[in-house]
Design a protein. Structure first.
Length: 458
């Protein structure tokens, strides 16, 4: 039996959740149109919908909120935040944004021309939306193995350099404003990218004069995987690894709601002076002054402290290993999950879990709804519903990975909560053949998974 590290924190404040009866959950799920996004948080005993903005802040972060300087311009918390971001990631310029997508909007608008292509290691919903909204076509250049839930590789988020070269040969480097490299890859199951791969992507892009922007969202989890899996990094600090990772990028978009260990916030960072000037002009229009960008002073203070805490080895070790604990339990019981277990969550392989359902019958959506009904655990669909429709043909994108994501908030739950969740899934797996598929009854035109409603197929 592997050793899982005990919680590297003590609990000072607790939140007491509601625990509904099964019948109450059946009704709540029906009312929400079988979409876990539309459930009330109050009706969820364990909320694994997302690790985004659901983090528990430390006493130091809360103390930091008390020294928020809410001046309209030049807040002292901005200067603290800016210095921590520069020191941690090594970029020359930083602009605050209200969350990650604010940074994506500015990056995509500034760099993309209609007809361009943006290669990336698998798509992310908001990231691809902004790329496409600005006229680009997204090109998936992640290694093939990332699309196979069964293949166990240490760095399943890596970019396939041959695929990148093929896109360059096909469309020409001048049609590629930047390569988008995500650490870790959310939709592949929280899979990391190796340092060697980042270095090679940089070299190839340098040869063709192409920029590289990282989606930095889960930088600390990725750094932990490099430290524990990649040769030559075992003795390096998490902070040194992060510094090296980002030394291969021209800039990054960041959602503080993940590894920043806060509830709201983000930034856009870059080295280029001219791009910085143009980004500043856009921040004022879309986010706020370049010294707050949609965050309050207290938010920036908590974010700065959160970034510092995220680089502590004990913190990130427990974070990643707690997620592995849940995954290891499910694997031991024979439940199909995406392997290896990623940094921020466990992804159930819904097609293998519900083999009697066609992808059109939305297996992952169905499984997420049933997990809630059985246990009060809220999870999220990451499959055909999230993938949306092709903007030209109108057909459903049909991703090979049809998953239910159990995303673990940082520092919120204990190993005993993981046990409750694992036991419910194992029970559901035993009774899986009785589960019927779902169909859309309301389908929004954009980012449909957030607000769609469903009902059982006949
Ligand atoms: C959450 C997320 C984003 C968007 O960030 P928001 O803060 O939610 O706007 C972008 N990329 C990845 C990989 C994410 O997980």
């Amino acid at each position: 039996m592997k050793n899982y590290p005990a919680e590297p924190y003590r609990i000072k404040v607790v939140e007491v959740p509601n625990i509904l009866t099964r019948q109450e959950r059946v009704e709540a799920m029906k009312e929400a149109g079988y979409n876990t996004f539309l459930l009330k948080s109050e009706d969820c005993y364990i909320d694994f919908l997302t690790d985004s903005g659901t983090n528990a802040m430390s006493d130091r972060q809360w103390a930091g909120m008390m020294i928020g300087d809410e001046a309209y311009a030049g807040s002292r918390n901005w200067f603290h935040f800016e210095s921590v971001v520069k020191d941690t990631f090594g970029f020359k310029h930083v602009l605050p944004t209200h969350q990650g997508r604010g940074a994506e909007n500015i990056l995509s608008t500034l760099l993309i021309k209609p007809g361009d292509y943006v290669p990336g290691n698998m798509y992310f919903t908001t990231t691809r939306y902004h790329q496409e909204a600005n006229g680009a076509t997204f090109k998936d250049i992640i290694i093939d193995e990332a699309h196979d839930p069964e293949i166990d590789l240490p760095f399943k988020g890596n970019i396939d350099l041959n695929k990148l070269q093929a896109v360059i040969d096909e469309v020409g480097a001048d049609k590629i404003p930047y390569v988008c490299l995500a650490v870790t890859v959310n939709l592949a199951g929280g899979q990391p990218v190796s340092m060697a791969n980042m270095r090679q992507v940089r070299e190839l892009c340098d040869k063709h004069g192409i920029k590289v922007f990282y989606d930095a969202t889960r930088y600390a989890e990725n750094a932990y995987f490099i430290k524990t899996r990649e040769e030559g990094y075992a003795d390096k600090t998490i902070k040194a690894i992060i510094k090296e990772m980002f030394s291969y990028a021209d800039g990054a978009t960041m959602s503080g709601k993940k590894d920043g260990i806060v509830n709201m916030g983000g930034f856009l960072a870059m080295n280029d002076d001219d791009m910085y000037t143009r980004s500043r002009e856009m921040v004022v229009v879309f986010e706020g002054m370049p010294s707050y960008g949609g965050m309050s002073g207290r938010d920036m203070e908590a974010f700065a402290i959160g970034i510092t805490e995220s680089c502590r080895f004990e913190y990130i070790q427990h974070r990643v290993e707690q997620v592995a604990y849940l995954g290891d339990k499910l694997i031991a019981a024979g439940v199909p999950v995406v392997k290896p277990i990623g940094g921020h969550g466990v992804f159930l392989d819904a097609r293998a879990f519900l083999p009697h359902l066609e992808q059109e019958q939305l297996p992952a959506q169905t499984l997420a709804a049933h997990l809630y009904i059985e246990s009060g655990v809220r999870s999220m669909e990451r499959g055909v519903v999230s993938a949306g429709r092709d903007k030209i043909t109108g057909e459903n994108h049909k991703p090979k990975l049809e998953t239910v994501r159990l995303t673990i908030p940082r520092r919120v739950y204990t190993y005993a909560h993981m046990d409750v969740c694992a036991e419910a899934i194992i029970e559901l797996y035993k009774n899986r053949s009785s589960i019927r598929g779902l169909k859309f009854v309301y389908e929004p035109p954009m980012l449909r998974f957030f607000n769609a409603k469903f009902d059982y197929c006949d």
